[in-house]
Design a protein around this ligand. Sequence first.
Ligand SMILES: [Zn+2]
Length: 124
Amino acid sequence: MPRSLHSSSVVPGGLVVDHVQAGAGLTLTTRPIASSARCPGCGQPSSRVHSRYTRTVSDLPVAGRRIVIDIRVCRFRCAGADCRTKIFAERLGPDLAAPYARRNARLECSRGMGDTPPTQRTGS
Ligand SMILES: [Zn+2]
């Protein structure tokens, strides 16, 4: 009996899953739970959404299936009157993905531990 793969077992914390597309792998369309973020320039919180964009981050494979997480990230307007940062993108947090990263933290960690596919390993 084949086992099913549920998104709740693979979704990193802090994200809400809006859609799941299963094929050869699993693609999760998500958004952060938080509805505000702190400006990196002045530290003030802002919930004034300027726009949204999608970040695509690869995660560890589960049961041999590739996992891709599409995250709808907000760009916020800074509320600080004297702040030079007018618009900023929310950060996803170190457990999820570093800025500009295409792989999430746990996939990066596994790659750093030498977790390479068997076809790339050298024989002993
Ligand atoms: Zn600011």
